[in-house]
Design a binder for this molecule. Sequence first.
Ligand code: COA
Length: 278
Amino acid sequence: MSERAEEDTVSYEIENRIAWVKFNRPEKRNCMSPKLNRQMLRVLDKLEYDDTVGVLVLTGEGTAWSAGMDLKEYFRETEAQGLAGTRGAQREAYTWWKRLRWFQKPTIAMVNGWCFGGGYGPLYACDLAYAAEDAQFGLSEVNWGILPGGGATKVAFELMPFRKAMYHAMLGENLTGAQAAEEGLVNEALPADKLKARVTEVATKLLEKNPWTLKATKDAMRRVGEMTYENAEDYLIRAQEALNFFDGEARKEGMKQFLDDKTYKPGLGSYDTSKQKS
Ligand code: COA
C-alpha cells in the first residue's frame, strides 16, 4: 500500500466507556515511526479528559502489538538529520509513553501479537497488561547491534526477576505470552480468542470503582518504588489528603454504606459509587 497518512497510524473507538486504542500500521507490524508517535500523543490528548472514557486499552491492529521502533523511519531517517533529528524523534516517543504512564484513567495493554524492544515503553506505561498466549515478547536489540534503549532495559529490570531480565536482554530470545506472564511482563496470558473478553471484564470492574481513587492508587504504586519506607508512608498520607480535597465524600460514602447501610463489604467488593455526592 502507499504510505499511510499520519492520522491513520493510530485508530480508536469508544464503547461502553472503554477507549480501544490501536497501533494501526499492521503492514509494518505496528512499529513506531515518528508519525505514529505524534499521532498517538494527539489521541491520548483527546481521550484523557473525555468524560465518555473511563478506561483506555492499548492494542494493535493485525498480527502485532508493536514491533518496537521503526528501524527505517525512527532510527535511520532521523539519524540522517543529525543529533537534532535523533533527539527530536526520541522526544516524540518518550513524551507519549510518559503521558500514558501518568494517564488520568486506568490503562490496560492488550498484547495481541509481536511486542519488541521499544514496545516495552508503552507496555510498562499501561497499568495492567494481558497477552495472548501465543504473543511473542522480545528484547531483539542485541540481535541487530544496539542495547535495549528507550527505557526497555529499565522496564525488564522493573518487571522481571533479575536473572530472567539479564538473560532476556543478552540472548535476544523471545518469550511467549504465557512465559511473559510467568516472568512478570504481563498480568495474565489467555488464548487469543478469550483475550478481549477478559480485558473487557477487567476494564468493566475498573469502571465501577471511584476514578479519583484509582488515579491516586496507580500513581502511588509507581512512585513508592524509589522511596524509603518512611518517605513512602509520608507520601501516601499526603496523597490521601490531596485526594480528600478533590473527592472528599468518597471515604465517607464508602464507610456509610458499610457501617450504616450494610449494603456491601469492602473486603468483598466496591461500594456503590453512583450514590456518592460529588
Ligand atoms: N522497523 C521497521 N520496519 C519493520 C519493523 C521495524 N521494527 N518491523 C517490521 N517492519 C516491516 C518489515 O520491514 C516489513 O516491511 P516491508 O513489507 O516493506 O518489507 C513489514 O514490516 C512486515 O514485516 P515482516 O518482517 O515481513 O513481518 P513478519 O510477520 O514476517 O515478522 C517480525 C514480524 C516482528 C518478527 C519482524 O518484522 C521483525 O523482526 N521486526 C523487527 C523487530 C525488532 O527488532 N524491533 C525492535 C526495534 S527496537
